[in-house]
Design a binder for this molecule. Structure first.
Ligand SMILES: [Cu+2]
Length: 123
């Protein structure tokens, strides 16, 4: 390959890595894990969720035909989305420590019918 071409390529690499360095200096957004959950009769999908400790945003959609809610319970934590109508979506943002949490629908009787699951938060 001609020497000038090698020079151009080296320069290109320098410019590209320069861009990377520049990007690396931008303030980085804290990572929020986003988990999609579907509620319907009579299940929570997925029933088993595994995430890493830290900030998580549950995007919960009611695809059933009656009101459903979403509750996360475990360790010292109990947080919920109040029951909401079919076709709607609600979000819940939490900062979770490692551990095993229950997830369930808090409408009376729904958990017993199967609207429950497990949330595993890894360190
Ligand atoms: Cu329910």
């Amino acid at each position: 390959m001609p020497k000038y071409l090698a020079g151009v390529m080296a320069l290109t690499v320098l410019v590209l890595s320069g861009c990377d360095l520049f990007r690396g200096q931008q303030p980085s957004e804290p990572t929020v894990q986003e988990i999609s959950i579907v509620l319907k009769e009579w299940q929570i999908i997925p029933a088993r969720v595994t995430i890493k400790a830290g900030k998580v945003r549950f995007v919960v959609k009611n695809q059933g035909t009656v009101d459903h809610g979403f509750e996360v319970e475990g360790a010292d934590l109990e947080e919920e989305i109040d029951p909401f109508p079919p076709g709607r979506t609600r979000t819940l943002e939490l900062d979770l420590a490692p551990g095993t949490y229950e997830i369930y629908c808090q409408v009376p009787g729904h958990e017993e019918l199967g609207m429950k699951g497990e949330l595993i938060v890894k360190p």
